[in-house]
Design a protein around this ligand. Structure first.
Ligand code: AGP
Length: 604
């Protein structure tokens, strides 16, 4: 979703605004723009499409401002166009915004009634008009900003520039992320520490509801009520170095290769390799009578995998629900339950809303997040970290496997705490789980099977993915990966469901990708493959060596390393990621920034 940057600088800022926006590209966007104060007046440059279009514009028509704001826009209200790109300007005010102003229609009608003219279809333009109206009424910039904020409902992170205020940028956050960066005689605000990485690693995370005014030397921060507050500054480790692609063609490719390390680091937060014990810091699962997982997209598939583990290993009743639907069914949760959000970003609006719904009802909350400073991490009772490092590719890979690794560890800890396994079994399972990084690395290295399969899949219009048990969520994940980055229609099904409908789709043109390690369920899934082949369907079987030996005649095989069923979701995730990646590359798709998608979905 939209990315924001604001700089009060001592040298011209347009190049740095664009540099920061480039680091925020991963969030997804369809237009970009910057504005600065030149000779006391607001000047802006905006372009539809990629940042290079904005850069070309800036070469033709440079912006010399030393104070400015910038934005990458992921369209919500109004089509992607120059007119709707941010900054949005009204009178003396320029605004960039991430989020949705839910009451914008009523505000816009009121402002039009007062004679104000609108140029765009955005919800954001009302913010600029509201601030400008308060300035016209005689308020100083900061009180005018606060007065405007008090009229908004919905979610926002904002950066605001006011004509005549050459050394000030104001910002605010409610429901969308915004941080402050401290420089040397310069100050910054931005969506996240990565965006500010080239300028500073001294970061202040604002609380929800805070607003701020930065100048050359300081940040004045106020809470929702307008009371001046101090928020802690933290030095963020090497933020600027962590987002390089290195020798890889795409971030997704790099992040697939990062997975052994990402899982290793994540597991070290839960498993003590010396004592072979597994912990769940902050939660005693023997005191929990129900686990409610909420998440979106790929994270929800990690949750589905976890359900198998928490129920079979720990005997803990577990539900998984897509966060965007969770609140609408009025879940019958009682104290004693633990609500666990799974989220790479820790900012996904629906997941956050589901967590808050639980919190308001006195349910204990936890979040498994990859961003320790995210809103979710700051709001829950217990944070479970993943240590995948920044994930830039829109298609989640290392965040997913790190989530599954952490959840597997937590399920083992829960099993021990609930008396379902003894210390020896805990140690055995911990040992199995610690094997995962090595086997993931093997799966990545042994990808020679995949290119011929990818060449076939790239020609298809529709693809089906099938799996049983914990391979069913992987089938859903495989289908999501493929459609996200290659735009091929794909669906995942539980293999047993095939005969209840999807088999009608089987024909020569629809490849079926079956994920089936040689486990207790293999023979049943093998029967499903035979049913497909008997109807002229083409099957790609992802299995291990033993499974390949028992595969029905006529299937195309991709071999993954043999492993214990406990870690099969981790090891078998690799070939489905690599298939999607290679198909997208063959199709020449924009792998890291697929059309219409945002990395962090901060609107509901
Ligand atoms: C995964 O490839 C997706 N891009 C998407 O489904 C993602 O997992 C989802 O939006 C949840 O994001 P989060 O983990 O940051 O909450």
């Amino acid at each position: 979703m939209c990315g924001i940057i604001g700089i009060v600088g001592v040298t011209p800022v347009s190049g740095r605004l664009v540099d920061s926006l480039r680091r925020l590209e991963y969030r997804g966007y369809d237009s970009a723009g910057i504005a600065g104060l030149v000779g006391g007046r607001i000047e802006r440059r905006r372009a539809e499409g990629k940042l290079r279009n904005l850069e070309t514009l800036l070469i033709e028509d440079p912006l010399t401002a030393t104070t400015g704001i910038g934005h990458t826009r992921w369209a919500t209200h109004g089509a992607p166009s120059v007119r709707n790109a941010h900054p949005q300007v009204a009178g003396r005010v320029a605004v960039v915004h991430n989020g949705i102003i839910e009451n914008f229609a009523a505000l816009k009608a009121q402002l039009i009634g007062q004679g104000r003219r609108f140029e765009s279809d955005t919800d954001t333009e009302v913010v600029a008009h509201l601030i400008d109206r308060e300035l016209e009424r005689g308020l100083e910039p900061l009180p005018a900003f606060k007065a405007a904020l008090d009229q908004l409902s919905g979610a926002y992170a904002l950066a605001v520039l006011i004509q005549g205020e050459d050394s000030q940028v104001m910002g605010a956050r409610r429901g969308s992320p915004l941080v402050v960066g401290e420089g040397q005689g310069e100050m910054f605000i931005g969506t996240d520490a990565l965006g500010l990485g080239p300028f500073t690693n001294r970061i202040i995370h604002l609380d929800d509801g805070d607003f701020v005014a930065i100048d050359h030397q300081r940040a004045r921060i106020f809470d929702r009520a307008g009371v001046s507050v101090n928020r802690a500054m933290r030095v963020v480790p090497a933020a600027s170095a962590l987002v390089e692609k290195g020798n890889y063609r795409h971030f997704m490719e790099k992040e697939i290769h990062d997975q052994p390390d990402a899982c290793q680091h994540t597991l070290s937060a839960y498993i003590d390799p010396i004592t072979s014990t597994v912990s769940s810091p902050g939660v005693d699962f023997s005191a929990i009578d129900r686990l409610q997982i909420v998440a979106c997209g790929t994270a929800s598939y990690a949750g589905m995998i976890a359900r198998y583990l928490f129920e079979s290993l720990a005997g803990l009743p577990t539900d998984v629900e897509i966060a965007s639907e969770f609140r609408y069914r009025e879940p019958a949760l009682r104290p004693g339950a633990l609500a666990l959000a799974i989220s790479q970003s820790g900012e996904t609006a629906d997941t956050l809303a589901a967590l808050r719904w639980c919190k308001d009802r006195g349910i204990m909350t936890a979040a498994l997040v990859n961003s320790p400073e995210s809103t979710m991490a700051r709001e829950v009772d217990v944070v479970f970290p993943t240590h995948a490092g920044p994930e830039i590719g829109v298609a989640s890979t290392k965040a997913f496997t790190s989530q599954v690794a952490a959840l597997t560890a937590l399920a083992i800890a829960a099993a021990r705490q609930r008396g379902r396994i003894d210390a020896a079994e805990e140690a055995r399972l911990a040992g199995v789980l610690l094997e995962a990084p090595r086997l993931i690395a093997e799966a990545i290295l042994d990808d020679g099977w995949i290119l011929p399969v990818a060449q076939e899949i790239a020609k298809a219009r529709d693809v089906l993915y099938l799996g049983r048990g914990a391979m069913f969520p992987l089938a859903l994940e495989g289908a999501l990966k493929l459609k996200e980055i290659s735009y091929i229609h794909a669906e995942g099904y539980a293999a047993g469901e095939l005969k209840h409908g999807p088999i009608a789709l089987v024909d020569e043109a629809t490849p079926i990708i079956v994920i089936a390690p040689s486990d207790a369920l293999f023979d049943k899934t093998s029967s499903n493959m035979s049913e497909v082949i008997a109807r002229g369907g083409r099957v790609v079987l992802i299995t291990d060596n033993q499974g390949a030996g028992h595969a029905p005649e006529g299937v195309n095989v991709v071999i993954a390393p043999a492993c214990d069923p406990l870690i099969a979701p981790l090891v078998f995730a690799v070939p489905i990621q690599v298939i999607a990646y290679q198909v997208a590359v063959l199709k020449g798709a924009d792998v890291d920034q697929p059309r219409n998608l945002a990395k962090s979905v901060t609107v509901e």
